[in-house]
Design a protein around this ligand. Structure first.
Ligand code: NAD
Length: 355
């Protein structure tokens, strides 16, 4: 029996609701399968905590996250919780964890589901993964604003950071054994830092000759995600671009409530839905928990690969299959998918579908 220490950070808004749902599903799946035990410790790292205490992520929570086998996060942020320069305080939690734990690869699967209509005209199955550079790029900038007259931020691309995230993308394409293609998304036609990103990507690509290297400029990429999403396999891009195109990708497969993610490094990993804290629907019991349930399944799969633990990977697959069955059935789905089910009812349906 393998046992994993999991730190949960439920966060703000709908974060606690969807985290509770995901934990209920993975616990039920682990109990039914056997062979995997989850030792879960909850910590408060949130915009709400910042409002109450002035600190969003206490040092002891960071230490607990560093010591855990994996982290499961709900969502962090409240639009009104901001630093004096206007930035939301959720960066104190999410960005700090990414930087301090070197979670350099943001893994964002974009996958369509039977039973969930997409807003796109075509109905070709969509199944690609965005690998977002997570710790540099424009979002790593500590910008300045002087006299409310001039504001600057710096786009930083490093050889090491680009190499690491590109290697992660090629490794994923090899593991998926699908189209065996990695698309580098940049703005190398206009910005020197992105031209550098592409040169480093090319060097990494040269070491993976069984995977095709493919390219798209970020502006065209947004159109391709709408017009021919079925042609992608793995997509690698800079931090800010990855942030934007993963929300677009999520929308093309039925909404943010379905889009899971992992922030993965060599030693640590954190899993969370791609969506935010959705304060407008918090506390009403209508949040779609699927993105967080699938994120928890990604966590088990990552633990299974890291520890060569077939049981953990099997539990991940069982959870994933149960979600697919419930969505295809369409009887118990939340309002964002056109249904009337509550978060609790959808959670129960996924547990019942574990088989
Ligand atoms: N990683 C994170 O924790 C993260 C990511 C993005 C935004 N945020 C924060 O979340 C807060 C709200 O941001 P936002 O409104 O731009 O984005 P959001 O993702 O919270 O919400 C966007 C829209 O999607 C809906 N939505 C999101 N998740 C849903 C779910 N599971 N089920 C049903 N509907 C869902 C919301 O109701 C809203 O209409 C902000 O404070 C923002 O900074 C946090």
């Amino acid at each position: 029996m393998s046992s994993y220490a999991i730190v949960t950070l439920p966060g703000d808004g709908i974060g606690p609701e969807v985290t509770e749902s995901a934990l209920a599903v993975v616990r039920a799946a682990a109990a039914a399968h056997g062979g995997v035990e989850l030792d879960v410790t909850e910590h408060d790292a949130s915009a709400g905590r910042w409002q109450r205490t002035g600190v969003a992520l206490p040092d002891e929570t960071l230490t607990a996250c560093a010591a855990a086998d994996a982290i499961l996060m709900g969502a962090v942020g409240l639009p009104e919780a901001r630093h004096p320069d206007g930035r939301e305080v959720n960066g104190d939690v999410i960005l700090r964890l990414r930087f301090e734990l070197d979670l350099y690869a943001g893994i964002r699967p974009i996958r369509s589901f039977a039973g969930v209509p997409t807003p796109l005209a075509g109905d070709a199955p969509i199944d690609y993964v965005i690998v977002r550079e997570n710790v540099e790029g424009l979002l790593a900038s500590s910008g300045t604003c002087i006299r409310e007259e001039v504001a600057t931020d710096t786009l930083t691309i490093t050889d090491t950071g680009t190499r690491k995230v590109s290697e992660a993308a090629f490794a994923l394409a090899e593991q998926r054994a699908g189209k065996r293609k990695v698309t580098c998304v940049d703005k190398s036609n206009a910005v020197a830092a992105y031209a550098f990103f592409r040169r480093v990507f090319d060097r990494v690509a040269a070491g993976h000759d069984t995977v095709e290297a493919d390219y798209a400029y970020i502006d065209a990429m947004t159109a391709y995600q709408v017009l021919r999403p079925e042609t992608f396999d793995v997509v690698v891009t800079e931090n800010m671009f990855g942030d934007i195109i993963s929300d677009l990708g999520g929308a093309t497969v039925g909404g943010l409530g379905l889009a899971p993610s992992g922030d993965v490094g060599d030693e640590h990993a954190m899993f969370q839905p791609s969506h935010g804290s959705a304060p407008g629907i918090a506390g009403r019991g209508v949040a779609n928990p699927v993105a967080t349930i699938l994120s928890a399944a990604m966590m088990l799969d990552w633990l299974g690969r890291r520890h060569d633990d077939a049981a953990a990977r099997e539990v991940a697959a069982v959870v994933d299959a149960a979600v697919v069955r419930v969505l295809a059935d369409r009887t118990v789905i939340t309002p964002d998918l056109g249904g009337t089910a509550t978060t609790t009812e959808l959670t129960a349906a996924v547990v019942a579908a574990l088989g």
